[in-house]
Write a protein that binds this ligand. Structure first.
Ligand code: FE
Ligand code: CA
Length: 495
């Protein structure tokens, strides 16, 4: 059975959680026994599969007591039917969480059933972990052991947090170059990674590497595209270093798609959303329902920061001052989040360029086409008394540091840091400057590939723009080409 994409409501895979340790032993006695097999009955034939953990492992959406653990069984990631070379039957996958990298102190264990209807993906949600600490996890399936990876839980609600390192990335076009930036991001050992969209590109162009088959239009095609992306070891290393908070932009479905396309190609939209869920470390709240997928969500990090992860694609209304890039419901949720926040830093993790451009030259699928939305959000910060407002942005394929004015051109009320692309745009022009002539709100722009590394403390946000010399050849050097600081309640400046 492989048809949930045709249904309005998708049942999640079944799950059972087994506790490890003394408590686990006590509770295990209470679990219902496995049904006994009648004597003399042969075990059902189970077709075997080759080493299935080719796509690596990932974690995401950390909470104080748990985190999503992800993998997908796919012995042949590029299989044209999108099934990854798996037999058409459910497979039990065990997971375990340990306090140490050698797995000598396992604190939680459980089993998920990976089903063909979800491409044999696994989304385990262990609970009962300790807040604000590092863990290691791995999976086992029918004798195969996955690579182990690091993750961490969020701090307890309201807890004081001395520091948090967050990497942000976007726009990883497989065909355009090597994911050297992901490798460097992993080496920086962030506590958390924000992926701000264009996780892959659906287009089949790219002259450096094979993009992974023709442009996807159906479930098999999107599954294959995701699997091809994960065949990259640098990307897998970035997933294995820290939990990710992911939001999509347009290319996870199609170039420049937005909510207005709702009635157009619903089958393609369902297929893209289904494959996105299957391949991302998302919670069960994000299991797609028909052509809808719940992606906007809030992740608090003690008293230090709150991450408001936005979906600026699915709910757009027509462009213009009266239009909304978030849709009214998400906007209400966001403004309420500002009012109830007591965080030192309120961080928007979102897709497209936010600050006004002044001199123009903006893409018409950014916040520039929705000035009313931007005005309501910047006023929302002021009215809610948000202590420090920060917007982290992808999509541009250029690094930017911007001051965000109240409304279109009022006083500065926030900071936008735009991360360039991992590979999109190729090696780039390399031009760097303050961007001031074309945009009065810009303090920096740089056309190189790379990612953004930020460090939040109660007294300061520091941002390092990390850049790769080139992406058309593997292994290019990575450096910090510019750094900025924002003191608590202060303005963007050079350190
Ligand atoms: Fe992009
Ligand atoms: Ca984009």
């Amino acid at each position: 059975m492989d048809a949930p994409v045709e249904e309005e409501t998708v049942p999640g895979p079944s799950r059972r959680i087994v506790l490890a340790g003394a408590l686990g032993s006590a509770l295990n006695g209470l679990l219902p026994p496995e049904p006994a097999r009648a004597a003399g009955t042969a075990a059902p034939r189970r077709p075997a599969f080759a080493a299935p953990f080719t796509l690596g492992v990932a974690s995401g959406d950390p909470a104080p007591d748990g985190v999503v653990l992800w993998t997908r069984l796919a012995p042949r990631p590029d299989a044209e039917d999108g099934r990854g070379g798996m037999p058409d039957r459910p497979v039990d996958v065990e997971w375990e969480v340990a306090e140490d990298e050698a797995f000598t102190r396992v604190v939680r264990r459980g089993t998920e059933t990976a089903v063909p209807g979800f491409a044999h993906s696994v989304h385990a949600e262990p609970a009962g972990l300790a807040p604000g600490r590092e863990y290691f996890y791995r999976f086992r399936a029918e004798g195969h052991l996955s690579p182990a990876a690091r993750t961490r839980t969020a701090p307890a609600a309201g807890a004081a947090v001395p520091a948090l390192t967050v990497a942000a990335a976007s726009c990883a076009k497989f065909g355009a170059g090597y994911f050297t930036a992901y490798r460097a991001l992993a080496a920086d050992h962030p506590d958390l990674v924000l992926h701000l969209g264009d996780y892959f590109y659906e287009s089949d162009d790219g002259d450096v590497r094979d993009p992974g088959g023709p442009e996807p239009v159906d479930l098999a095609g999107y599954r294959r595209r995701h699997a091809h992306q994960r065949s990259d070891a640098d990307l897998r290393a970035a997933h294995a270093v820290a939990p990710w908070l992911v939001v999509w932009d347009d290319h996870e479905l199609a170039n420049n798609w937005a909510g207005g396309d709702r009635a157009r190609a619903p089958q393609r939209r369902r297929a893209a959303f289904q494959a996105y869920y299957e391949h991302m470390p998302l919670r069960r709240a994000s299991v797609p329902r028909g052509i809808d997928l719940q992606l906007f969500r809030r992740v608090p990090w003690g008293s230090l920061a709150t991450f408001h992860m936005l979906d600026t694609r699915q709910y757009r209304t027509p462009r213009g001052r009266g239009g909304s890039i978030t849709g009214p419901e998400q906007e209400r949720w966001l403004l309420e989040g500002f009012r109830s926040s007591t965080a030192g830093w309120d961080v928007l993790g979102q897709q497209v360029f936010f600050a006004p451009r002044g001199g123009g030259g903006h893409k018409n699928d950014t916040w520039a086409s929705y000035p009313g939305s931007r005005e309501r959000i910047t006023r929302g910060w002021v009215e809610a008394g948000v202590r420090n407002a920060v917007v982290l942005t992808g999509d541009e394929h250029v690094h930017h540091a911007n001051e965000i004015p109240l409304g279109d051109d009022g006083r500065t009320v926030g900071t936008e840091l735009v991360t360039t692309s991992i590979t999109s745009g190729g090696d780039g022009e390399g031009g760097a400057g303050d961007g001031g002539r074309e945009n009065p709100h810009s303090r920096y722009r740089e056309d190189r590939r790379g990612y953004l590394l930020t460090r939040f403390t109660p007294t300061e946000l520091r941002a390092d723009f990390r850049t790769v010399e080139q992406v058309r050849r593997p292994g290019a050097p990575v450096r910090t080409s510019a750094s900025f600081v924002v003191p608590d309640r202060g303005a963007l400046s050079r350190p």
